[in-house]
Design a protein around this ligand. Sequence first.
Ligand SMILES: O=C(O)COP(=O)(O)O
Ligand SMILES: [Mg+2]
Length: 232
Amino acid sequence: MKKGASPIRAAIVDLDGTMLDTIPDFHVAINRMRADFELPAISQEAIALMVGKGSENLIRSVLAQDFDAAGVEHRIGEALDAYQRHYLDINGKHSTIYMDVEAGLKAMRAQGLRLACVTNKPVAFALPLLAEKGLAPYFEVIYGGDSFAKKKPDPMPLLHVCKDFSLKPQEVVAIGDSSNDAEAARAAGCYVLTVPYGYNHGVSIHETDSDGIVDSLLEAATLIQTHNHSAH
Ligand SMILES: O=C(O)COP(=O)(O)O
Ligand SMILES: [Mg+2]
């Protein structure tokens, strides 16, 4: 991160692949939907390549394994309904929290940073999931992929958080696992830190433009603190 620049006053944290390993939840919900359509189960590895751009994109990609464009179009409404029903049934039951997520969030709060969660997950999935995992209380605001007209990689949700917090984008860092997070942050003018353990569409996170790759949210907190010590 740029030395001597303005201090960072808020962090916008991504959910899937950054705070929680939710692929096992996606796996169960998607394969229940596929069973409804008499389609064979698909693997967690296949699903991990498709997650990141919201539910509709995910279910379109899942259907595209079996159908052409017209076939996907024909089924998308019913498939999305079934998937959402199944997901809400199992939301959080199979997903786990990554190492040092709570320690990282605590460290950021202790530094006086304001925290927001911006995910491409529908907000109706994100809110109960964060509550169940004990993470909701860390965040002043939580936005989903359907909270605004546009989702990441569009900067709209990030800019909304900046406005909520009355901060300039240069005072805010986005932390995520995918190019969607990095592109949204760059377009908004925020800093971006990336974690290497999540889901980046099968592409190495090293190929994504960011201000630093951190092994955990705790390491992100340390990096932000170092930045702020050298900032004016
Ligand atoms: O559900 C998705 O599409 C990905 O969600 P994320 O933005 O929390 O990684
Ligand atoms: Mg993510």
